[in-house]
Design a protein around this ligand. Structure first.
Ligand code: BDR
Ligand code: CA
Length: 331
């Protein structure tokens, strides 16, 4: 399995990267590239953050590139109040130049075959919509697309009816649902809000990570997110949406859902970014989504605990894991 993560780190995106790098270390998947979109912060800053997290997780070799700097139509809004001034809470990634050849990375990955290629989008869908427009033949080849976004028939977290990723670039979301070559595995707020991190669990995870670089940063990164959730009345804990979306999209966590047709309101100021699933088939349109409605959240946290142990073993130069990596390389 090869994975492209299109993300906007972002604190919960960071947890997804920590898990993906562990899975790559353990030979469960190949992390093809990380591309970023403007959302939680600017795409370039997201790319700096992604590159830093990758290096803190011992995988600086994974290509990273900044994607589209602006939503398709709307003016960019970022959310420093949720994810901190530069997207990683109270931590700050070092300055660095970032690549911008994101769509070349996607084309190269697609040209290597798409049966085993999984695209997971954990930010606004700007890159995916731009890719559909610029590279329609490559786009049509995609077979596995997962998206974290939408508050489908569910209260929003940005407006009463809209979730953040869809609200930031509603035109991109609408465009992708109108053109997707395969039903999108849609992990929306109704499910991802259940992926709750508590301070106790964080402490256990950081303990398990041991001497790894990311273990030093994670408490400072996450403290900001805990404080934000407390401020908005959710308690001193945090919803780790993007990690759950990755685990569902790649099939590591049991889940169930409904095949349906989803559409997103882009032009009405009141309903901007609102997503609707036509659960009764009233529109008579082709299904374009598999809306995830249930997921085994405890199993997902079990996978994150596993990831922390993998990272600790890699950092300690554990022989068993090294052998695992070598076997995979010989495949
Ligand atoms: C989504 O919005 C972002 O702030 C998070 O990273 C997540 O992808 C949740 O609504
Ligand atoms: Ca995100």
């Amino acid at each position: 399995m090869r994975v492209i993560l299109d993300c906007d780190p972002g604190i919960d995106d960071t947890y997804a990267i920590i898990w993906l790098t562990a899975a790559a270390h353990a030979g469960l998947l190949e992390l093809d590239c990380l591309t970023t979109t403007s959302g939680n912060t600017h795409a370039e800053q997201c790319a700096r953050n992604a590159a830093w997290v990758l290096s803190l997780c011992g995988l600086p070799i994974v290509p990273v590139a900044a994607g589209c700097p602006e939503p398709l139509v709307c003016e960019l809004t970022t959310t420093p109040e949720t994810h901190g001034e530069t997207g990683l809470g109270y931590a700050t990634a070092p300055e660095r130049e970032v690549a911008r050849d994101w769509d070349t990375l996607w084309c190269d990955a697609i040209e290597r075959g798409t049966d085993d290629l999984y695209l997971v989008v954990t930010g606004p869908m700007t890159n995916l919509a731009a890719f559909a427009e610029a590279h329609p033949e490559h786009y049509a080849e995609l077979k596995h697309i997962t998206v974290m976004g939408g508050a489908v028939n569910y209260p929003g977290n940005t407006t009463p009816s809209a979730e953040w990723n869809f609200w930031v670039d509603p035109h991109a979301a609408a465009e992708v649902f109108a053109t997707t070559p395969v039903p999108i595995t849609l992990c929306s707020l109704g499910v991802t809000e259940r992926m709750l991190l508590t301070p106790e669990r964080l402490e256990r995870c950081v303990g398990a990570l041991g001497p790894l670089g990311v273990a030093k940063q994670l408490p400072e990164i996450t403290r900001f997110y805990f404080e934000f959730h407390e401020e908005v009345g959710e308690g001193y804990r945090a919803q780790i949406h993007d990690l759950l979306a990755v685990l569902i999209g790649l099939g590591f966590v049991e889940h169930s859902g409904r095949v349906t047709t989803v559409d997103v309101e882009a032009d009405s100021p009141l309903m901007r970014g609102t997503s609707v699933a036509d659960l009764r088939g009233i529109w008579g349109r082709e299904p374009n989504a598999r809306l995830v409605t249930e997921a085994d959240v405890e199993a997902a946290w079990g996978w994150f605990d596993w990831a922390c142990e993998v990272h600790a073993k890699v950092a300690a130069g554990d022989a068993e894991l090294t052998q695992l990596r070598h076997r995979r390389a010989e495949d």
